[in-house]
Structure formats: C-alpha cells, structure tokens
Design a protein around this ligand. Structure first.
Ligand SMILES: NC(=O)c1ccc[n+]([C@@H]2O[C@H](COP(=O)([O-])OP(=O)(O)OC[C@H]3O[C@@H](n4cnc5c(N)ncnc54)[C@H](O)[C@@H]3O)[C@@H](O)[C@H]2O)c1
Length: 323
C-alpha cells in the first residue's frame, strides 16, 4: 500500500510527503528534480524520473506496490506558459496522459490530482464554488482544466478513481522551518513580500490600489501549505474508502488583501515593508476566494492555520535561508 507522490520534491509535494510519512504511510517520491530539490524529500525514498516515462512509472508502481498516485508534477508559471506554451502542453497535459497510462498498466486505480483555482479564470464574483464556469485565461490554467478532463475521461474509459483538488493560493512554510517555498523560482506574492521585507529586492510593487475592495488592493485566498497537505491525506482516505470521484476547492474561504499581507508581515518584522503602488496588471480580478463548503462536507477538511501563521512561517523560512 504505497503512495507515489509525483513532484514530491517541490513545494506542496514535499510538505505532503512528509505529512503522509508521519501518518505511517509508505511514500515514494517521483520527481525529475527539474524544479524541485532532493533535500526537500527529507529521507523519503526518491525516484528521479519523468512522469512522461510511462514504462518507468509502471516499473516503479509494480516494484513498490503502489495503490495511489498523488500527482503534483507540473509546470506552474502562468507567465512562462504564455511565452512557452508548448512546454506546458507537453509536460502538464501529455505528461499526465503518460503517467496515467503507466499507472493503469500497473493496475493503480487511484489518483489525487493537483488542480488549481486558476481554472475559474477571472470570476465575476466570489466566493467561487465548484460549479462556477471553467474559463482559463492563460495556457497554464488551460492545461490544468485539460488535465482534469483527461483524468475524468480515464475514469469513464478505464475506471480510474480520482479527486481533483483545486487549490487557491498555497502559502507559508512548515512550522519547524524545515521546508518552504523557493523564492528564486516563484512569482507568488508572499515570497515577493519577504524579499522586499528582507531587502533582497527593491520595494514590493503593489499592482493596483484602486480595486473596489476594502483597501483598494487585490484580494486572494491564501491557504497554508500544511493545511493543503492535510487535505491530500484526507483525499487519499476518501478514495480508499470508496468515495465517488470528486472535484473540490481547497481554500480558507476568506479573502485577504495585499495590504493585509503587508501588515501581517510588518508585525513579524517590526517595521514597514518597503513598497510602492503600480498600475493594475491587465486581466487581474479584484477578488478571488473560495466557497469551501464542499471540502468540509465531503472530506471533513477545513483550513486550520491563520494568516498570521502563514506569514510567520514564511518569514522564518526565508530568513533562515539567508544564513
Ligand atoms: N503553489 C501554488 O500556489 C499552486 C496553486 C494551485 C495549483 N498548484 C499546483 O500544485 C502542484 C505543485 O505545485 P508546487 O507549488 O509544489 O510546484 P513546484 O514547482 O514546487 O513542484 C513541482 C515539482 O514537480 C516536478 N516536476 C515537474 N515536471 C515533472 C515531470 N515531468 N516529471 C517529474 N517531476 C516533474 C518538479 O521538479 C517539482 O519538484 C503543481 O501541479 C501546481 O500546478 C500550485
């Protein structure tokens, strides 16, 4: 009963592998290390390989008696996906086809898939529930919508059983400072705030302070990475106990503005985070946050960690990386 974690040397995958191991699960990480770090697996067995290598996937699944795959491996940058779309079609969509073919050849029937709230595009209103329109506005988001459909169709044609977890904004680091996000490669807001706070970059550019929100800045739903890891453990239990295929949002249900992130960071820092206001980025919605009713009802999951815990853990992780 082994769980194969693709992309388990990356940000969310490493937190999830660690939690699953601590829960007594047998875990094997499968990662190309192209965008991950071998040190992040913290001693979990690691297979270095590409999900596109169907024969290798089958071999590893048979060797380790895998029963469930948790599928994080993908590229995730919206900007890069618009300049190099072919990379995204190939790695995310074709990679998922090859992975599932490899799983099925080894008779592995369960997959927990890392989808994204990006599939909703720029919604007219929030909170967003799972029946909201799927309307990707970049290639990355389109690949996530396609990967969801590929997996769903393998359910129809081959009896694959799946959960698609639509994460909102993953954030924070492990409470003990062992794991966190690599700010050299991410474009997510909180690492950028930390770079500005620790004087690694110039002032934080806040893109738009004239949105129709409480303080004029954009609102998003930041969910602690350890809460996301917990949701994966629950999704695995759900599939293994026979739950029907499921698409579900993972967020806190609470919208947080850029200024609120800054103010929570200033509490840890003890002084102002250098920042300046810049024009809105074309196409950015004012507010995006999740309706999390379904996750609570079906998985028994709700995010437990506060915004301050997200910021504290992120700050300590990034600060620790400097020394
Ligand atoms: N970070 C977020 O806020 C967020 C939000 C929504 C969805 N997601 C999704 O969650 C997943 C994990 O995100 P993350 O932030 O941990 O990303 P990450 O880049 O830190 O981790 C991805 C991992 O996958 C590996 N990988 C990529 N292509 C591979 C391949 N072909 N074969 C084997 N390994 C491969 C990389 O080396 C890396 O270790 C991604 O699918 C992403 O789209 C992330």
């Amino acid at each position: 009963m082994t769980i194969l974690v693709t992309g388990g040397a990356g940000y969310i995958g490493s937190h999830t592998s660690r939690l699953l191991t601590s829960l007594g699960r047998n875990v094997v990480v499968f990662d190309s290390l192209e965008r991950g770090n071998a040190d992040s697996v913290l001693g979990t067995p690691l297979v270095i390989g590409d999900i596109a290598d169907t024969a290798l996937v089958t071999k590893i699944c048979l060797k380790h008696k895998v029963t469930t795959v948790v599928h994080f491996a993908a590229y995730k940058s919206a900007g890069e996906s618009m300049s190099q779309p072919e990379m995204y079609w190939r790695n995310n969509v074709q990679g998922t086809v090859n992975l599932v073919e490899g799983m099925l050849a080894a008779n592995v029937q369960h997959i927990v898939f890392s989808s994204s709230a990006a599939v909703y595009g720029n919604p007219q209103s929030s909170p967003i529930n799972e029946s909201s329109v799927i309307s990707p506005v970049n290639v990355y988001a389109e690949t996530k919508a396609m990967m969801e459909r590929v997996i769903r169709w393998y359910g129809e044609t081959h009896g694959l059983r799946w959960t698609s977890l639509r994460y909102f904004n993953a954030a924070g680091a492990s409470s003990d400072g062992a794991l966190g996000e690599n700010w050299d490669v991410t474009t997510n807001l909180i690492p950028l705030v930390m770079k500005a706070a620790l004087n690694i970059s110039g002032p934080l550019q806040i893109l738009g302070n004239d949105y129709p929100t409480k303080d004029g800045t954009g609102i998003r739903d930041y969910v602690h990475v350890e809460d996301l890891a917990d949701a994966h453990a629950k999704a695995i239990n759900y599939l293994q106990s026979g739950g029907p295929n499921l698409t579900v949002n993972l967020g806190t249900g609470v919208g947080t503005s850029v200024m609120e992130i800054l103010s929570a960071t200033e509490k840890v820092l003890g002084h102002t985070v250098p920042h300046e206001f810049a024009p809105r980025r074309l196409g950015d919605p004012a507010a995006v946050y999740a309706d999390v009713t379904l996750a609570k009802k079906v998985l028994g999951w709700t995010a437990q960690k506060s915004l301050q815990q997200i910021i504290d853990s992120a700050f300590h992780w990034h600060y620790g990386q400097l020394s």
